[in-house]
Write a protein that binds this ligand. Structure first.
Ligand code: AMP
Ligand code: GLY
Length: 429
């Protein structure tokens, strides 16, 4: 079967790497891909939101399955586009239709969904330009820190957490009255700040049944000790000690099942991943956000732990036969350490030649922002590579990740040396 995978990050290299191991795969195409995905299939120079180019390509290459990595094409309706086209209609797309993608595309939509279906989450209210005065008043009733979220997609920058009432008021005004995030902040969700430790939970659903994939912890800040600006993610660990069987059972019963049932009750068709970002507050889960895709860099530790054929899993999903599929999970720990360009998440240089990629470890070096061919690979983005290691303990896995992270070199390389350190001696809450 020929497969088209959309995207170009570390997540997509991990998808491509796993799909390339599949018995049933004939040809794998990745659009636009990176230097890593080019080792697993054929890169195609096509934007993930150029639906008409994608249509032509899918027909020309007899693609039988499309896997969508990032949220953008989903929120813009790529799955709906396929369903509306007579020739594309029967080609399964892994990724929800536009309405389901609103779980990520609109914070207001997702909060209302959680409230309607009894999914535990922070208390909140939504404000617009017209209700700015009420929003400012509402802030006065809350305790710091304050959580302000632009309703729409804002390239991961739409959540602001001011620590004083003054800053919160200035920020709310900037978002609503001055359109700080453009259209994305025409509505702003203000919510209660949740204490605890964050977990990324991944569910794959065919709209009827679902499978929970391994959960992971992501490290979002640029600086060691969780300091500095937010990034796309600087590292990940799976599994994690604070998400034991009892906690994950609570997550399944209180969050996953009400979410899947809620989609059905609301008549929202959903085929694809649901990424649930949640807070573990003293053993109780509360949802921070939904995403309609896999996480990055979490995918680089989740997929390597799947001991089953990923293409078979997707085919079962497309056929709504997920309930018949047997997931097999590797009990070992996987860790990943992300190497970024100096200056990220601010301005950074591209085009730096990368050496040391042939490092020999048991792990896998996934490419994110890279371009070029083997022997002449250079940086092409903020997050450049994700060094995944395996082990019977977090420490063992980290040893592999850091061995690769140290062996690889390019001008301006930066990575966090404290990934996973908070979990090594985890003693509970
Ligand atoms: P989001 O874009 O929704 O993932 O939010 C970005 C980050 O802000 C999350 O990963 C959390 O670390 C933090 N965050 C969002 N909402 C809350 C909340 N209600 N309480 C505490 N932290 C939050
Ligand atoms: N690592 C978080 C995300 O993919 O949104």
């Amino acid at each position: 079967m020929n497969v088209l995978l959309l995207g170009s990050g570390g997540r997509e290299h991990a998808f491509a790497w796993k799909l390339a191991q599949s018995q049933g795969l004939s040809q794998l195409f990745i659009a636009p891909g990176n230097a890593g995905t080019a080792q697993c299939g054929t890169n195609v120079n096509m934007a993930v939101t150029d639906f008409s180019a994608i249509r032509d390509f899918v027909l020309e290459k007899e693609i039988a399955l499309v896997v969508v990595g990032p949220e953008d094409p989903l929120v813009k309706g790529i799955h709906d586009f396929f369903l509306a086209d007579e020739q594309l209609r029967n080609i399964p797309v892994i990724g929800p239709q536009q309405e389901g993608a609103q779980l990520e595309g609109s914070k207001d939509f997702s909060k209302k969904f959680m409230m309607r279906h009894g999914v535990p989450t922070a208390q909140y209210q939504t404000f617009t330009k017209e209700t700015l005065a009420a929003g400012l008043q509402f802030l006065e009733t809350l305790q710091p820190p304050y959580v302000l979220k632009a309703d729409g997609l804002a390239a991961g920058k739409g959540v602001v957490i001011p620590h004083t009432l003054e800053e919160a008021k200035v920020e709310l005004t900037a978002m609503l009255a001055d359109a700080k995030f453009g259209d994305a902040s025409s509505k702003v969700v203000i919510e209660e700040f949740l204490q605890g430790i964050e977990l990324s939970v991944f569910v794959l659903t065919d709209g009827v049944s679902y499978k929970m994939l391994p959960a992971a912890k992501d490290y979002k800040r640029i600086g060691e000790g969780d300091t500095g600006l937010n990034t796309g993610g600087m590292g990940a660990v799976s599994p994690v000690p604070f998400a034991d069987e009892a906690f994950l059972k609570k997550v399944e019963e209180r969050v996953v099942i009400p979410t899947i049932n809620g989609l059905r009750k609301d008549n929202i068709p959903y085929v694809g991943f649901i990424f649930i970002g949640l807070m573990n507050h003293a053993g109780e889960p509360k949802v921070i956000e939904y995403n309609c895709r896999m996480g990055d860099p979490e995918t680089e530790v989740v997929l390597p732990r799947l001991n089953c054929d990923l293409l078979d899993l997707f085919v079962a999903t497309g056929k709504k036969k997920l309930s018949d599929f047997q997931l097999a999970i590797d009990p070992r720990t996987a860790t990943t350490v992300v190497l970024v360009s100096g200056g990220y998440p601010g301005d950074y240089a591209k085009g730096k030649l990368i050496s040391g990629l042939d490092v020999k470890t048991e792990g896998v070096v996934f490419h994110a922002g890279t371009r070029g061919q083997a022997g002449a690979v250079e940086s092409a983005g903020g997050r450049v590579l994700a060094c995944t290691g395996f082990g019977n303990s977090i420490q063992q896995a980290l040893n592999e990740s850091f061995a690769a992270a140290n062996a690889i070199a390019y001008e301006g390389k930066y990575f966090r040396r404290d990934i996973g350190q908070d979990l090594l001696n985890w003693k509970g809450f």
